[in-house]
Design a protein around this ligand. Structure first.
Ligand code: C5P
Length: 408
């Protein structure tokens, strides 16, 4: 999965080197989104930054367009790492004191991601007790620092204060991105979501109430954990989540084909509400109501079971295959049976009886059944929280495997 950096370019002559940092990160397929401070834009133009990063450049806190499109909080959290290069004495002072009077400082205060700074300033300014205090405070706050180096400054003075070279900064960024990788980093997953629709004729179909909310949330939570996710989704109103690939399908047969094309993967989570049957004969023309005639009878044939098919693969079976079981009664018995009949490893069972308002609703109350493990009943949570909790369990599962695999 693509890693992303939010690069804040403050006002220093070293800002020109940040352009090279962007270029080198892009060469490594690391996504770069930039904030350019007012002072920064005196040294490099928004156009050069946008061209190199291949993305919009953010400059002002009170830009209605930027806020409508992104929002400064989201901007600060969308990346895996926030990098400040060059980090000027002024910006370090603001960061150390928690000031937030422009987009850069506000994003730095709002972020929940690690922050790496590359200070750049005149040697006297770097050696000043105020700067030293600020840098010490920032290090106590967990901020990471690369450089500065000793050398000749743009002002002609020689000493400590020259911004680290682009190569060093990029290496420091890669080290941080690497260490932020959890047990799921680099794994691949298929998530199915939404309903399928099974055509009767060109205008009529058979479908169900699935909104795709839970499946989409699982896909996005896996993606956030570093998994390369292919989401195979039936028609839903939900906006496409932030994942690596979305394949939109209509029928169960198409869903299975799309899943097979996305193989091999490590993880499969089948959340889709797949129609069990489809009309045996799909009419080429719209069925016509004829006066005095009986309504037509529709003969059904069974759809492929995607979960069962993927769980039963002989070669390249995904390591972890998870099904969702929507039940209106006997949840536990049905979930246990599904583990057996479908051959999957885990079943997340939920009650979709009318009073639960699960379909299209924001909440879900589920139980997790894992082979050979205690059953877990989770409280009523948002679908997002169910997805996060499930991904935590998946991460624990792979973490244990990693320990076992590396045990002497
Ligand atoms: O059999 P049932 O529909 O209750 O099983 C639910 C689980 O099986 C879900 O994970 C669903 O996505 C999956 N399923 C499937 N293909 C089908 C039917 C169900 O993948 N044809």
């Amino acid at each position: 999965m693509t890693k992303r950096v939010l690069l804040i370019i403050a006002g220093g002559i070293a800002a020109y080197k940040s352009l090279d940092v962007i270029r080198r990160l892009r060469e490594r397929e690391i996504g770069v989104r930039c904030i350019l401070t007012n002072a920064g834009s005196q040294f490099v133009t928004p156009l050069s930054v946008a061209s190199l990063s291949g993305d919009k450049v953010f400059t002002e806190l009170f830009s209605l367009t930027d806020e409508a499109e992104m929002g400064h909080i989201k901007l600060s959290r969308d990346a895996d790492l926030v990098v400040v290069a060059p980090a000027t004495a002024d910006l370090l002072g603001k960061m150390a004191n928690g000031l937030a009077d422009d987009l850069a400082t506000t994003a730095l205060l709002a972020t929940d991601k690690p922050v790496l700074i590359a200070p750049a300033m005149n040697p006297e300014m770097w050696a000043h007790p105020a700067t030293k205090r600020n840098v010490e405070q920032l290090m106590r706050d967990g901020i990471h620092v690369v450089g500065p180096n000793e050398g000749e400054m743009a002002c002609g003075e020689i000493g400590l204060g020259r911004m680290a070279e682009p190569d060093e900064i990029v290496q420091a960024i890669c080290r941080h991105l690497q260490s932020s990788l959890g047990p799921l980093a680099g794994k691949r997953a298929i998530v199915t979501s939404g309903p399928t629709i099974e055509a009767i004729d060109p205008v009529r179909f058979l479908s169900n109430h699935s909104s795709g909310k839970q499946g989409h949330a699982v896909a996005e939570a896996l993606h956030k954990a570093g998994v390369d996710v292919t989401l195979v989704s039936g028609p839903v109103r939900e906006p496409a989540p932030n994942v690596d690939k979305v394949v939109e399908i209509s029928s169960a047969v198409e869903m299975l084909q799309a899943c097979e094309q996305a193989l091999p993967v490590d993880i499969v989570v089948c959340v889709a509400a797949v129609a069990d049957w489809r009309p045996a004969d799909q009419q080429a023309q719209k069925l016509k109501k004829q006066a005095g005639e009986e309504p037509p009878s529709i003969r059904f044939v069974e759809n492929p079971d995607i979960l069962k098919t993927l769980a039963g693969l002989d070669s390249a079976r995904p390591q972890l295959v998870i099904g969702f079981a929507a039940e209106t009664e006997n949840i536990e018995q049905n979930a246990e049976r599904k583990l057996q009949t479908k051959g999957c490893d885990w079943v997340v069972a939920n009650n979709v009886s009318a009073e639960q308002n699960t379909f299209g609703g924001v909440h879900n109350e589920v139980m997790l059944f894992r082979r050979g493990n205690r059953v877990e009943a989770w409280p009523k949570l948002t679908k997002q929280a169910v997805a996060d909790q499930l991904v935590r369990r998946i991460a624990e599962h792979f973490d244990q495997r990693r320990d076992t695999d590396t045990a002497p």
